[in-house]
Write a protein that binds this ligand. Structure first.
Ligand SMILES: [Zn+2]
Length: 272
């Protein structure tokens, strides 16, 4: 038996390759020179070529409900939810958009329709139909309105919660957390008439306290911005950035991106 603290080789188990369904996350889909949103933007041309690649390779898009059904029932993992299961089916992926920018409707939606892909938009309901100017940015960004969301919904897009006011959930009190979770869901359900069961953390920031509240509020699943511990209450997603080389996108789509990220993190943390 290995004495704790002398040699921990438990991370070696993580070397066994596993596949997971990639959940891609985009923000703006627009051509921009703006420094403040460049890191969160992808050009429409790049988006089109990514979707064309997925279609050509026979990938099928799934909704987050379908994702949850496939992954439900895994063994217990970190956080309040079950640990996610590896999929049996190859070449599935999910697309998500955070914040509900107008360019998702004008630039991404036509491409999604063209290839018959479904996607999920995480709305901050206080931004719908408005222009917002995030702290540190130099110009406001427009958001889609409810009729545009409704039109996207008719073509297979789903709308889920990203709070009302887009706060850092780890920095607000429990009452506001509950308000952000409950009121945003009610507003989306009232406008679009479909159940809201998924939640994405603003800025990808969460902790145990926030995760518990999300679960108690009745959400089935919630999403981080990057890596997570394979928990359904901080489901991993892959940020797709303008600067990424196409080979990185192909790799993320392959389903092995999560495994490599886990190995790399485990290796860096535990090697020395
Ligand atoms: Zn956001």
């Amino acid at each position: 038996m290995i004495k704790k603290g002398t040699l921990d080789i438990s991370w070696l188990g993580g070397l066994i390759p596993y596949r997971s369904i990639p959940v891609l996350v985009y923000h703006h889909v627009t051509e921009t020179e703006r420094e403040d949103i460049r890191a969160f933007s992808i050009s429409p041309g790049r988006f089109l070529s990514q979707m064309r690649y997925l279609k050509k390779k026979g990938y099928a898009s799934i909704s987050l409900d379908e994702l949850a059904n496939i992954e439900m029932g895994g063994e217990s993992g970190a956080g309040p939810g079950p640990k996610i299961k590896s999929p049996k089916t190859k070449n599935l992926f999910a697309i998500s958009f955070d914040d509900g920018y107008l360019d998702n409707y004008t630039n991404a939606f036509p491409v999604l329709k063209l290839f018959g892909f479904k996607a999920t938009v995480f709305l901050a309901t206080g931004f719908v139909g408005k222009k917002t100017q995030p702290i540190g940015s130099c110009a406001p960004s427009a958001h889609m309105d409810w009729p545009q969301a409704k039109e996207m919904q008719r073509h297979g897009m789903s709308f889920q919660s990203h709070t009302c006011t887009h706060p850092d959930m780890t920095k607000i009190g429990v009452e506001q957390i509950n308000r952000e979770l409950n009121e945003s869901r009610k507003e989306i359900e009232d406008h679009l008439g479909a159940p809201v069961r998924h939640f994405a953390y603003p800025y990808g920031r969460f902790n145990e306290r926030v995760m518990e509240r999300v679960k108690e509020a009745g959400y089935a699943w919630s999403y981080a911005a990057g890596a997570s511990e394979r928990s359904s209450f901080a489901r991993e997603r892959f940020d797709v950035d303008t600067e990424d080389p196409p080979v990185l996108f192909r790799f993320m789509a392959s389903g092995y991106g999560s495994w490599v990220r886990t190995v790399r993190n485990g290796f860096l943390r535990k090697r020395f």
